[in-house]
Write a protein that binds this ligand. Sequence first.
Ligand code: AMP
Length: 305
Amino acid sequence: MSLLVVGSVAYDGIETPFGKTDRILGGSATYISLASSFFAENINLVGVVGKDFADEDIELLKSKNIDLEGLQIDSSGNTFFWKGKYHHDLNNRDTLDTQLNVFEHFDPIIPEGYKDAQYVALGNIEPSLQEKVLDQVNNPDLVVMDTMNFWIEGTPDALKQTLKGVDLLVINDSEARELANEPNLFTSADKIREMGPDSLIIKKGEHGALLFTGDEIFSAPAYPVIDIFDPTGAGDTFMGGLLGWISYTNDLSPVNMRRAVIMGSVMASFCVEKFGPERLKSLNEEEVFTRYKEFRDLSVIPEIK
Ligand code: AMP
């Protein structure tokens, strides 16, 4: 099964209460691809990097069997750079610097060989660029999209247009309320699903996630992560784990979507244990499936006899 991933490929400067790094590989497409590569085989990445992009980072992506034909290398400038700082409450971060660099003129050109992708992951980029991707692909089975407040507030019309072509939207709770202009999360979900996406996942940070699909609502628990070090990329990693699992199993049934939400949560819970995508590089099967089981055990509700 093939998975097309479009989004940012970046270098990040990150400061958390536990440490600081001036430059580490980041970007939404990077996290989605690395997380999905744990399960999925044919991952095709579309993005842009600049002349400063390191060979070792290209090698890292290749070593995870991520196809880079769609990764444009623009030698006219540097790679997108983002710098953020987290405070004591790791749910809040300040963006200290955003240098668009080559990302400013990014035109997502989908190589011929990627156009029949079964699964499409639209990482968090400008909605009109996400729409451009949808215009180029041939009837995928599932289009999953992420977005953020910046686009909900800044380009609401383009966002709503793009949403019409999306099957599953993944956003956090404050974004859902803002997009629907509605304080109640469940009413928000109904309104958002009327905008286009058949299914919806609302992430609630350290409090788990809600999946709305068909007539079902699934409430996924949050894993009690003790070793939280750096939350950067957790949202993208969630989407990568989710889509990696769906792509690997090729099963869109509601029960498998539930598994996928947990796999997304498993991968995100590992991601935050180290700086940037470090932890995703070294994960093994036993760790992933053990944590999946821990997630299950967290929310088993005993029957009343
Ligand atoms: P997350 O923590 O899941 O929201 O994603 C963090 C990643 O998003 C970082 O690695 C950044 O490089 C990337 N990022 C930050 N701002 C933007 C932006 N405006 N457009 C695209 N990617 C961004």
